[in-house]
Design a protein around this ligand. Structure first.
Ligand code: R5P
Length: 318
């Protein structure tokens, strides 16, 4: 697309396929770096390209193993700063720890804020993220944050499916605004579920506001982790007479009992983006489909590099 030696994109080990696809979109080679380990397990990164005075991006999802990927990102940032990069952007398609964003009981940390602090301390000048779980997370960083959304990728896919009698369901109250945007883009009605979290991996969909009987359902969420939220919501809408149930989520974390639950749930299709690579078991589950966020990230990186507006492209952000 455009070749410019002043732009460099490096990849951590969490999602090299997405980093490669972004570079392909931009028509540039991936930045050279060697990631090795010392015998005691410590990581070592050596940048192999000249980065002095360059605009550098490091793509790393802090997905499982979360702490290892986070540490690798921090080492990368430090490495680029000490190699005299002009500007360093941490591209974090999936931001682990995002859900620990508030102190809602005594003696607990706000780990999302801690992680934001250490990313800045390590050397990031900017952050580029996708669906950081809550908009206010942008404020945890005292540097510019461009906040993209998987909605752009997912809503295009569901629009092309031309689902008739569509009701977009928010599987919890935290997601209502997103669901309302989907409903407005796709021309559907809106319904809302009130869920109760019984434990870290158990939720119960309690109440439903809106019409789902004889309707096709699109359930949208930012994250599917143990899949308790979407599976419990799918059960409820089916009990109330829904026809097909589609699920769209930006981040397919798929941990714990997620795959067994999704397999057994009355869900026809689960669509996620590739912010996190699918593990082998998830790849075998036919109802899971993955759409790439490569073009969206590539376009945002190009615009950041050229000092052009990102929010005008994606409808929100800084
Ligand atoms: C909650 O606030 C999020 O938007 C997701 O609904 C939740 O994190 C999904 O978790 P799980 O798949 O484990 O229910």
């Amino acid at each position: 697309m455009f070749l410019n030696d002043s732009l460099k994109i490096f990849s951590g080990t969490s999602n090299p396929a997405l980093a490669g696809a972004v570079c392909k979109y931009l028509g540039i080679p991936i930045g050279g770096a060697k990631i090795t380990r010392f015998p005691d397990g410590e990581k070592m990164i050596r940048i192999e390209d000249d980065v002095r005075g360059r605009d550098c991006f490091v793509l790393q999802s802090t997905c499982q193993p979360v702490d290892e990927h986070l540490m690798e990102l921090l080492i990368y940032l430090d490495c680029l700063r000490r190699a005299s990069a002009k500007r360093i952007t941490a591209v974090v398609p999936y931001f682990g720890y995002a859900r620990q964003d508030r102190k809602d009981e005594g003696r607990v940390p706000i780990t999302a804020k801690l992680v934001a602090n250490i990313i800045v301390t390590a050397g990031a000048d900017r952050v580029l993220g996708i669906d950081l779980h809550a908009h206010q997370l942008q404020g945890f960083f005292d540097i510019p944050v461009d906040h993209l959304t998987g909605e752009l990728v997912l809503s295009r896919y569901f629009r092309d499916k031309k689902i008739d009698k569509l009701t977009v369901v928010s599987p919890d109250v935290g997601n209502i605004k997103t669901a309302a945007r989907y409903a407005s883009h796709l021309g559907g009605e809106l319904a809302i579920i009130h869920k109760r979290r019984l434990s870290g991996d158990h939720v119960k969909a309690d109440e439903l506001i809106g019409q789902v009987e004889d309707r096709n359902i699109l359930m949208c969420d930012d994250i599917i982790a143990t899949a308790g939220t979407v599976c419990s919501a799918a059960e409820l809408v089916k009990q109330r007479g829904a026809k097909k149930v589609y699920v769209g989520a930006t981040h397919g974390v798929f941990v714990g009992q997620a795959l067994e639950r999704l397999k057994a749930a009355p869900i026809d299709e689960v669509v996620a983006t590739d912010t996190i690579p699918l593990n082998e078991d998830a790849q075998k589950l036919k109802k899971i489909k993955v759409l790439s966020a490569d073009a969206m990230l590539g376009e945002a990186i190009k615009r950041i590099h050229r000092d052009e507006s990102v929010s005008s492209l994606f409808g929100r952000g800084g």
